[in-house]
Design a protein around this ligand. Structure first.
Ligand SMILES: Cc1cc2nc3c(=O)[nH]c(=O)nc-3n(C[C@H](O)[C@H](O)[C@H](O)COP(=O)(O)OP(=O)(O)OC[C@H]3O[C@@H](n4cnc5c(N)ncnc54)[C@H](O)[C@@H]3O)c2cc1C
Length: 474
């Protein structure tokens, strides 16, 4: 009578969970485990709101698993170095024959898993791993020359060309033959930290996530192409926190989207095609992390950008971190993240470009700041987004194409509604002036004067990139 252990990580769901399905089909009894490492959470700069969201979701996952006769236990481990030993002790103690998990991306995670396999093997325990975050195994899709893709458009083309509808088969979860022999225990999970963002915006649970997906596809997906860039309009799905912890699977998202578009990727409903593109962007960045491990080790993709002389001003950093740069659209984006744990995609790009180009500060500081506050903090997408915005990454924006935050504000928040929502100091400023930082106009409010000159800072950034390029070619 084989006993299986399903090790939950960033896949906190029953639906479309290949590791869980394998455990259920191969073992008569299944036990589930979640292993939390506080130090690793901190090393990865994961946010407090994401931690709270994680715990809320684990509590609901426990209930769902129990209804299938599977108990969930949670344990703490000191670090990823200790984790394989701790996992193995539980597996030995519970007389487990086989451990199952879904893969995660990142250098530390890969080493952790290799060590886990080794420890388990030494104790005659089998292990099996699966991919649930991507449709294609990482590194599977290659360019004509046999290299990994580093540009999105050809990657997406190949992704669609190779697609087979069978990839979207999702197995139904079945009950194991025997219920778990021990009770669930989540007492090790404690949320002790605080944060200022509103967790109420993010109800937990798989059914909530599926409902959000269905609501978006039914009522908003049609207009996604037109409305996705307006931060004041709730025109995107806001499912990123659920994808980040695996409460919802990307395969489920693609399948439900395709069902509403006659299973077409490139024709038919423009909104759905565009939205599925975004899910593929997520997979693209996972492939980048797999094929170019240096990007998960704090390194830029573009070698020459190592030589950029980033500035470092504590005063400017403090103003940026608190949403007081004096550029209303930038500050509104930052304040949205501090209040909601989430920032609209258009503003993530505007904010990241302002930080790395106009302020000329190292993208790694911005990447860390986002991770520390986002509920959807996702190593691959956040790293990809920051490296794209700072022109250090794959498929990056050319360094001389720098968003002008004022034009971005006029184009995407024309009535200044978003700015007024997050910067109450500016609520009485006339719309015609709200985008443009003006010392005299804002002086009657508590809102700061602009921290820099846009034109001069743009020239400074372009020069810094040029210098770095010349440095490498010497
Ligand atoms: C500087 C920067 C940092 C970012 N950090 C993160 C992060 O930590 N976590 C995260 O999930 N996304 C990140 N993104 C990508 C994107 O901003 C968010 O995924 C998106 O805003 C989430 O909102 P949504 O769920 O409503 O997206 P929708 O527009 O509804 O898109 C659906 C899903 O597609 C994926 N997606 C959308 N846009 C992108 C993108 N550009 N790159 C990769 N995947 C995408 C997300 O999983 C998203 O939930 C970042 C982008 C930038 C420019």
């Amino acid at each position: 009578m084989a006993k299986g252990l399903i090790w939950f990580r960033a896949d906190l769901r029953l639906d479309d969970n290949p590791a869980l399905n394998a455990a259920l089909s191969e073992c008569e009894e299944v036990l589930a485990i979640y292993i939390f490492s506080h130090s690793q959470w901190e090393i990865h700069n994961e946010s407090n709101i994401k931690h709270e969201f994680l715990i809320n979701n684990l509590i609901l996952l426990k209930e769902s698993l129990e209804s299938f006769g599977i108990s969930l236990i949670a344990i703490n481990t000191k670090s990823y170095e200790d984790l394989p030993k701790d996992l193995c002790s539980i597996a030995v103690e519970q007389k487990v024959d086989h451990v199952f998990w879904n893969n995660e991306f990142g250098f530390n995670e890969t080493i952790r898993d290799q060590n886990s396999i080794k420890f388990l093997k030494e104790n005659n325990i089998c292990s099996s791993s699966f991919h649930d975050q991507v449709i294609y195994s990482p590194g599977y899709l290659k360019t004509g020359q046999g290299n990994p893709f580093s540009v999105f458009t050809p990657y997406k083309r190949r992704w669609v060309e190779n697609f087979d509808m069978n990839f979207l088969d999702i197995a139904k979860v079945s009950k194991p033959k025997r219920p778990s022999s021990i009770h669930s225990d989540l007492s090790a999970l404690k949320f002790v930290k605080t944060h200022s963002a509103s967790i109420d915006l993010w109800p937990a649970g798989e059914s909530v996530a599926q409902e959000k997906l269905a609501n978006f596809l039914q009522s908003k997906a049609n207009s996604y192409s037109e409305l996705r860039n307006s931060p004041i309009i709730d025109g995107t799905s806001r499912i990123s926190p659920y994808l980040a912890l695996g409460i919802l699977s990307p395969k489920r998202c693609i399948l439900e989207g395709l069902k509403l578009n006659d299973f077409e990727f490139t024709s038919g409903n423009k909104g759905i095609c565009k939205w599925i593109d975004e899910i593929v962007w997520r997979e693209f960045y996972r492939n980048i992390m797999h094929s170019f491990p240096k990007v998960s080790m704090n390194q830029p993709f573009q070698e020459y950008t190592k030589y950029i002389q980033w500035r470092h001003s504590s005063e400017e950093l403090e103003a940026f971190y608190t949403g007081r740069t004096g550029f209303p659209i930038v500050d509104a984006g930052i304040r949205q993240m501090l209040a909601e744990g989430w920032m609209h995609n258009r503003l993530r790009m505007v904010v990241a470009m302002f930080f790395t180009k106009n302020m000329l500060h190292d993208w790694r500081l911005g990447e860390k700041f986002f991770m520390e506050h986002l509920i959807d903090g996702d190593f691959c997408s956040n790293n990809g987004g920051w490296q794209w915005s700072s022109s250090t990454g794959t498929d990056a924006a050319p360094y001389f194409r720098i968003f002008n935050p004022i034009t971005q504000s006029q184009n995407f928040d024309p009535d200044g509604e978003f700015i007024k929502k997050f910067i109450p100091e500016l609520k009485d400023v006339p719309v015609a002036q709200i985008h443009q930082p003006q010392t005299d106009l804002f002086s009657s409010t508590d809102y700061p004067a602009p921290m820099l000159d846009l034109k001069e800072s743009r020239i400074r950034a372009i020069q810094a990139f040029k210098d770095a390029r010349e440095n490498t070619s010497i």
